[in-house]
Design a protein around this ligand. Structure first.
Ligand code: CP
Length: 318
């Protein structure tokens, strides 16, 4: 694995190794010591993803450069490709990219591959296309909570259409063998017909929640919508996950949200802070999942070769 671009480009073995290592780190295993520097290149706002990539890198002993785009030479007309080439020429081993354009990470990887300064590209969210490290930490959090993928019924609710998290979660949960994946939202927030074929579509919230073992709530992605937004109160009434609606879920079902949360719009205050919420576990596990990712990308003798196995993982834990 030279780059980390989306779930679809990962093989099953890599997914298994990343999740197993994430679980080990969540359970207290120590990060491997890595050498080198990575750069956070965020062309869209972020709190969780940017900070957790930085903490993950530091935990593994990597130096971190946070590019301040407003004060970078991008303001003088330098292209994204040339900015990345410049960082690579200075010895940056991996660029963590967040970008508003779909597939920007893959395009950057393609532009730099085969050039004089190889660098790994890590997709930290590109447009509505993919947010694969979020999917990884969501899966790690569900595994930590003890889910059995082959029995898991999960509902993803809210603005699915504009959500890169929904796309990556559906792709990963399907690969892991989830028993049933539901997506639910108002018509204008459901993906075009034919997209996300692994998921069952619901245009009403209550039936989508019936009996599920986990619900993932999504905010309205206002930054990607030019049309009028629904009124927050009316939206919450119809599409908000509240305490009354939690009763529809399976007993002890889990509530997740990738953040940032818009309280009392897509999810009620009492649910965010309630006993079934795994939202802060997701945030915490984001650091571990991203540490596992850095290890996988940067620790090997050469890119693409798995650097640890179930045997070495077990040995490290002893
Ligand atoms: N979940 C997520 O991507 O959050 P940030 O936008 O804060 O990074």
């Amino acid at each position: 694995m030279d780059h980390f671009l989306d779930i679809e480009s990962l093989d099953d073995s890599t997914i298994g190794q990343l999740l197993e290592r994430s679980a080990g780190l969540i359970g207290g295993q120590r990060p491997r010591a890595l050498d080198g520097s990575i750069a956070n290149l965020f062309c869209e706002p972020s709190t969780r993803t940017r900070v957790s990539f930085e903490l993950a890198a530091r935990a593994a002993g990597l130096d971190v450069v946070n590019i301040d785009l407003q004060n970078s030479s991008a303001t003088k007309g330098e292209s994204l490709d040339d900015t990345a080439r410049t960082l690579a020429a200075m010895g940056i081993a991996a660029i963590v990219l967040r970008h508003p354009r779909d597939r920007a990470a893959a395009e950057l990887a393609c532009a730099l591959d085969g050039g004089p300064c190889p660098v790994r590209i890590i997709n930290a969210g590109d447009g509505i296309h993919a947010h694969p490290s979020q999917a990884l930490l969501d899966a790690a959090t569900l595994e930590q909570a003890g889910v059995d993928w082959h029995r898991l019924r999960v509902a993803i609710v809210g603005d699915i259409r504009h959500s890169r998290v929904a796309r990556s979660d559906v792709a990963l949960f399907a690969r892991l063998g989830a028993a049933e994946i539901r997506i639910a939202g108002p018509e204008e927030f459901l993906p075009p017909a034919g997209q996300m074929p692994a998921a069952i579509r619901f245009d009403r919230l209550d039936p989508a929640l019936d009996g599920v073992d986990a619900v993932i709530c999504l905010r309205i992605q206002r930054e990607r919508i030019s049309a009028d937004f629904p009124q927050p109160d009316a939206y919450h009434q119809r599409w908000g996950v509240n305490v009354e609606r939690l009763a529809r879920l399976a007993p002890k079902a889990h509530v997740l949200h990738p953040g940032p949360v818009n309280r009392n719009i897509e999810i009620a205050d009492a649910v965010v802070d309630g006993p079934q919420s795994l939202i802060l576990d997701q945030v915490r596990n984001g650091v571990h999942a991203r540490t596992a990712l850095f290890e996988h990308l940067l620790a090997g003798p050469k890119p693409g070769r798995p650097v640890w196995s179930r045997t070495t993982s077990r040995r490290n834990a002893e």
